[in-house]
Each structure stands twice: as C-alpha cells, then as structure tokens.
Design a protein around this ligand. Structure first.
Ligand code: SAH
Length: 222
C-alpha cells in the first residue's frame, strides 16, 4: 500500500485499529467486516481538512448537506446482510462519498449504487476507482425507483431514510431470500433501522435499532 492509502499519524494503521477495537466494544462481531474496516482508508473519502477525524466513530460532513455514515452503522448494516444470506448482487441507495460502497465491494460480486446528487456521484466514482475497486456499477438517478434492469438483488442497502419502505425496492428483492436493510422514519430523531426479508410474496420485517440518517429525497440534483 502506498503512503497516501496506508496513511500516517492520525490516519495510520494504529489509529484504524483503535476504531476496530471500538466497533468490537459496540458489538460488531464479524471478523471479516472488522478486517475490511481496518484496511479501508476512510480518510480518502472525506475532505482533507477533516482527515484527522476520519477514524472517529462518527458521521462527518461531505458537502451538499450530506454525511459519510458512522463506521459503526456501516459495519452493522453490512454484518446483518452478510449473516442473513447471499451477497452476489447488492444494490445500494445513496452512494454519498462511497465509503459504504467500498465495504460492500469487498463482500459481494457486484455492487450497484445509486446517488441523486451529481457532484457526489462523480466524486465517489473517482475515489473508488482510484482505490482499484472495479466490481461497482454507478447510476446517477433517484434511488426510489431502484435499478430494475439489474434486479432482482440478493440484498438492498438504503443509506438515507424514507418515511416508509419504498414498494418498488421490495419488488426488486430476490424472491428467494432477498434482504433489505433500511432506516425508516419521518424525522431525524425518530428513525428505526429495519431488516426486511423476502420469501416469495411473503415479507418479514425485523426491528434492529434506533438510528439517525439524512432523509431519502426524491428527484435528482445536477
Ligand atoms: N453511503 C454513504 C452515506 C451517504 S449519506 C456513506 O457510506 O457514507 C446518504 C446519501 O443518500 C446522500 O449522498 C444523499 O444524496 C443520497 N440520497 C438521498 N436520497 C436519495 C435518493 N432518492 N436516491 C439516491 N440517493 C439519495
């Protein structure tokens, strides 16, 4: 790994390992996920001025009023999907800076990711291809519609919160054990992370925990 990717000082391996210890203390058990997080240069997904905070377990601003998700929640959502079934084809709604996308790309064959803000979509593509991650397909569009041409998906991860589960996304889950992990809630202070599992036309919902995400917004922003 070159110094840019491996980091020094506040972005070094030692700092990253402290983040991993913290995630373990918070209940993340998947060694696979912890290892991927330890190897992912989160500082390259945010503005250089914030690099020194890249390995804190917090969400941080990425511009355009959006955030990079908290490492704990990225780990938790990915761990749940990994533990509940197949991960060959995964759809992500809300690329943002691409941090969650990079973690998904390490545990699935192909990641399909959708972002509604053009500037973030472009920047994420650049960051992720710069890291040599090539099993990712990008779409600049409104994620409420999903990506029907590439479905059905083994798993769908939504990284912004709608008021209710978008019906079109449920329709794009594999009928044979497709799962969706999604924050649901009308206000930022009252959101719940929910796991949805599909078997044929049966859909089971499980409450995971209280969360705080930016809202899922319809339409695109050029
Ligand atoms: N996955 C990111 C989290 C980004 S925050 C990470 O790893 O840090 C959520 C993102 O969802 C924002 O970039 C926001 O623009 C995007 N978003 C919100 N509504 C959307 C929609 N309808 N379709 C696609 N992306 C959306």
């Amino acid at each position: 790994m070159n110094a840019h990717i491996s980091g020094i000082g506040m972005t070094s391996e030692r700092t990253r390992n402290r983040l991993v210890e913290r995630l373990q203390a918070e209940g993340i058990t998947s060694q696979h996920i912890l290892q991927i997080i330890a190897q992912t240069p989160r500082h390259l997904f945010i503005d250089e001025g914030l690099s020194h905070r890249a390995y804190e377990d917090t969400a941080l601003p990425i511009g355009m009023g959006q955030t990079i998700s908290q490492p704990y929640i990225v780990a938790r959502m990915t761990e749940i999907l990994l533990q509940t079934g197949r991960m060959d084809k995964v759809l992500e709604i809300g690329t943002g800076c691409g941090y969650q996308t990079s973690i998904l790309s390490k545990v699935s064959k192909t990641v399909f990711t959708i972002e509604r803000i053009r500037a973030l979509h472009m920047q994420a593509r650049k960051t992720l291809s710069g890291l040599g991650l090539h099993n990712i397909q990008y779409l600049f569009a409104d994620g409420f519609n999903g990506w029907p041409q590439n479905g059905p998906f083994d798993a769908i991860i939504v990284t912004a919160a709608p008021q209710s589960v978008p019906e079109k996304l449920i329709m794009q889950l594999s009928e044979d054990g497709g799962r969706m992990i999604i924050p649901i809630g009308a206000t930022e202070t009252n959101q719940e992370l929910v796991l949805i599992e599909r078997q044929g036309n049966k859909v089971k919902q499980t409450f995971i925990e209280k969360v705080k995400f930016v809202p899922l917004v319809s339409g695109i922003k050029r």
